[in-house]
Design a protein around this ligand. Structure first.
Ligand code: GNR
Ligand code: NI
Length: 177
């Protein structure tokens, strides 16, 4: 790691109570902490690698997330503070999702295909963004984390249990190695 890089953070793996909890709103008093955490969350996300990381995944119960889909392999970082879904399309889309808090687990998840998201940036300025495709799925996935929801919570009980049991089995195997 270069000296200019922000040090990484540990990513919580499910099950963990912080991942199940509703994160609280960021207040002006929290902004120094958010500004200190954001570069470290980007560093953690890029290293993983992932395209999004919500504060609860690094055991911080605040409503913010970082996102970068790296279009054309170029960084395009967003910090979304107090993000909220303002509107969703009637059309739904299904795509394969993964989560850094459920390593190695992937499943097809159905969500509204398009969303309008309101959020604040690190300067406190409010923005609205219309998203579709992978970005729409990623934004909904990150906002879910702020509400204590994981992608497996969108699956049928059968599929969710399959994934969680596979996860537990892998943990057990790892522990016995
Ligand atoms: O890296 C990630 N990929 C991804 C793929 C499809 C839908 C959502 C995501 S987000 C995920 C990183 C993560 O766990 N963010 O919370
Ligand atoms: Ni996730």
């Amino acid at each position: 790691m270069s000296e200019t890089e922000a040090p990484g953070l540990g990513i919580l793996i499910a099950p963990h109570r912080t991942l199940k909890a509703r994160a609280r709103a960021v207040t002006p008093d929290d902004m120094d902490r958010v500004r200190a955490l954001a570069p470290r969350m980007f560093a953690t996300m890029y290293k993983a690698p992932g395209i999004g990381l919500a504060a609860p995944q690094v055991d911080v119960g605040l409503r913010f997330a970082v996102v970068d889909l790296m279009p054309e392999d170029k960084p395009r970082p967003f910090t979304l503070i107090k993000p909220e879904i303002l509107a969703v399309s009637e059309e739904w889309a299904t795509r394969e999702e993964g989560c850094l808090s459920l390593p190695g687990q992937y499943a097809e998840v159905s969500r509204p295909a398009q969303v309008r998201v309101g959020y604040h940036d690190l300067d406190g300025k409010r923005h609205e963004m219309d998203a579709e495709g992978l970005l729409a799925a990623c934004l909904q996935h990150e906002i879910d984390h702020l509400n204590g929801v994981l992608f497996v919570d969108h699956l049928s009980v059968l599929k969710r249990n399959m994934i969680l049991r596979r996860r537990a089995k892998e943990q057990k195997q790892k522990a016995s190695e």
